[in-house]
Design a protein around this ligand. Structure first.
Ligand code: MIC
Ligand code: SF4
Length: 640
């Protein structure tokens, strides 16, 4: 029987298990990436493993998130990452070189290889046929040390693309349409594999936009074939030798199938405050806009930026709009500087930022109170911009640029002729901001700033797990709620004691206080708990505060793995109605915990209400062992 692309790559990298949907498999990781806001922790964990040199084909450390230096903390972390990378065989992409996913696509990604990244948008690499997966820092640290990566064999969804996009409709609209249909939980446990005659019409940057935002579906990853389009892109990047053709067999089978007729799509927008709250732009016409941000790992390619520049050329940004643009990489910025496109943006009144994540993670450019902000990014969770009252809409670069000119949400089809931009036949190549690891690692001294604190370590599971319900939260709680990130907090990514003071505060401002007063306890949550980022801090801060288990209706993939890696038990309500029965400050107990975690279910007693609940422990035997030992680091050490 024929194989699809995901199965082909998994089969080639399979170390343990069978490719049976839902069963645990371990795969070999060829490459890793880290960025600075998760990287500091990942490298501290890598150091704790006691391995001298990474065992991957290539590992790259990027600096793109914590870019504002309004105190020494971020610069100290950059220096730590730079020196630890140099010592342990890791390439270092210097600050200013670009957003990790964009630079990975341009300079490092290899079709058919596996990539594990400590960032949830690592699947962007699926745009050139990599099996690229986002994970917590500890999983990436283990992979750098040569350890395999464990997942449950995902379902493979065939996304059949028919026809071609009509003018002014963008790749962003394709993924927004999928989000509209499937929602932010529709992709959990799935890989989205793109096929169909519409594929040939999509360039690598367009494919990367789609693969990138597959993360918002909760998907394990998304993948495109590596075909003549990929070949042309790699050739233009001077990397023709990295091209490998990867296509699904003609008789490949899939677990599910969806179809999209590209020619029927229209410009779409995700309305506040969720990427799946999607409506046609034409329905939002006339909403006044205060800010437009163009960039992020979703839409900051050369092609996107050139299109924006063409739309802005000779015009002026509306008086009520602040337009900020962050090109995705130095390659993009430099090409625009050379061909004059940058000048058109500047002349129109755009505020051009460094090649980095910037406003996407609230690193500056927070909108004004109650502002409407249009962003080409991937997430519009409440408060993520740094302004809780802001109304953030997610749109394509075309909609963003058109709206920046008119001052209200605008359907770009009103602009007339579409600006046609082709992927260049030759990109500007200059890797001088990528530092190779040292040939003499013993001579490299790792520099640790005073803000770098040791990370909390989980303890082995005790016989009785008891505590109070410290907070009860609703559905779709994001990691931005659990561990908020913005310009003020991101500098403390290597200081968990400080960060923990903000843990879950957007949902419950007293949570850290209650956790301390009660010596830790439990969190009760609705469905899709922990959606969004890969940040392990959303598990480390609760661990520091003494959280022993989270009871939820369901979990997002990466966060669930992060909880387990840090010894926190993720339990799922067997009967969803039990969620309603539990109140804050109820005292819960898991008796005979060491025995009970061996089962697929756990009985939890509510001592306050004298009730019992059946909870599901939907984790593998290996993960059960991890919970018993107190997390992944202990498991790895016990296997040595
Ligand atoms: C994000 O987009 O939320 C981030 C910031 O890139 C995170 C990583 C982090 O929290 O450092 C992600 O997507 O994993
Ligand atoms: Fe950076 Fe935003 Fe992409 Fe996260 S989603 S990697 S913050 S650009």
């Amino acid at each position: 029987m024929g194989l699809n692309i995901a199965q082909k790559i998994i089969k080639k990298h399979l170390v343990k298990g069978k490719m049976v949907k839902g069963s645990e498999i371990a795969i070999r990781i060829d490459r890793t990436l880290t960025q600075d806001s998760t990287g500091t922790m990942a490298y501290l964990q890598f150091e704790a493993l006691g391995i001298d040199k990474v065992k991957t084909k290539k590992s790259v450390a990027y600096v793109d998130h914590n870019i504002l230096q309004s105190g020494p903390e971020n610069a100290d972390d950059h220096l730590y990452i730079q020196t630890v990378a140099k010592k342990h065989g890791i390439y270092f992409s210097r600050p200013g070189n670009g957003i990790c996913h964009q630079v990975n696509l341009e300079r490092f990604g290899i079709p058919g290889d596996t990539l594990l990244g400590s960032d949830s948008h690592t699947p962007t690499g699926g745009g050139i046929g990599m099996l690229a997966i986002g994970a917590g820092g500890l999983d990436v640290a283990v992979a750098m040390g040569g350890g395999e990566y464990y997942i449950n064999m995902p379902e493979i969804v065939k996304v059949n693309l028919k026809g071609g996009l009509v003018p002014w409709v963008a790749a962003k609209d394709i993924i927004l349409e999928i989000l509209r249909r499937l929602t932010v939980k529709g992709g959990v446990g799935k890989i989205f594999e793109y096929t169909g005659d519409g594929l040939k019409t999509l360039t690598v940057p367009q494919r990367a936009t789609i693969a990138n935002m597959g993360a918002e579906l909760g998907a394990t990853t998304s993948i495109f074939p590596s075909d003549e389009v990929t070949h042309a892109f790699l050739k233009a990047q001077g990397r023709e030798k990295d091209f490998v053709e990867i296509k699904a067999d003609c008789d490949a089978t899939y677990d599910e199938e969806i179809e999209i007729d590209l020619s029927e799509l229209e410009p779409l927008a995700a309305c506040p405050h969720s990427p799946d709250n999607v409506v046609p732009v034409s329905e939002l016409k006339n909403i006044k806009v205060n800010q437009v941000c163009i960039g992020s790992c979703t839409n900051s390619s050369y092609v996107d930026m050139m299109k924006v520049s063409k739309i802005l050329e000779g015009k002026t940004v509306a008086e009520n709009v602040s337009l900020v643009i962050s090109p995705g990489s130095r390659q993009v910025l430099n090409m625009m500087a050379q061909n004059g496109a940058l000048s058109s943006m500047v002349a129109a009144g755009a505020r051009v930022l460094e090649c980095a994540c910037g406003p996407c993670i609230g690193m500056g450019q927070s909108p004004s109170t109650d502002a409407v902000s249009l962003r080409t990014f991937n997430r519009n969770f409440e408060g993520r911009s740094g302004t809780v009252s802001a109304q953030v809409y997610i749109v394509s670069p075309e909609v963003a640029a058109a709206s920046a000119l008119t001052g209200h949400i605008t359907d770009p089809r009103e602009l007339g002729c579409d600006a046609q931009i082709k992927v260049p036949e030759e990109f500007l190549l200059n890797d001088n901001m990528i530092v190779a690891p040292s040939d003499d690692p013993d001579k490299v001294k790792v520099v640790r700033g005073p803000n770098i604190k040791s990370f909390p370590k989980a303890k082995p599971l005790s016989e009785i797990v008891v505590g109070k319900v410290l907070t009860k939260v609703l559905d779709n709680i994001t990691t931005d709620h659990i561990m908020p990130s913005n310009a003020k907090l991101l500098p403390y990514r290597s200081n968990i004691p400080y960060l923990s003071e903000y843990c879950l505060t957007p949902c419950d401002k007293d949570f850290p206080k209650k956790a301390k007063e009660n010596n830790g306890g439990f969190i009760v949550a609705g469905s899709n708990y922990g959606q969004g980022s890969s940040r392990e801090h959303a598990a480390l801060a609760p661990l520091y505060l003494g959280i022993k288990a989270v009871f939820a209706k369901s979990f997002a993939r990466i966060h669930k793995a992060n909880l387990i890696n840090n010894g926190i038990i993720p339990l799922v309500f067997k009967d969803l109605k039990d969620y309603d029965k539990i109140d804050e400050m109820d005292e819960l107990v898991i008796e005979n915990a060491l025995d009970q975690v061996n089962n697929s279910g756990v009985i939890v007693k509510n001592k306050t209400k004298n009730e019992e609940y059946s909870m599901l422990l939907e984790i593998t035997d290996r993960q059960k062992n991890m919970i018993k030992l107190g997390g992944l680091l202990n498991l790895v050490k016990s296997n040595k």
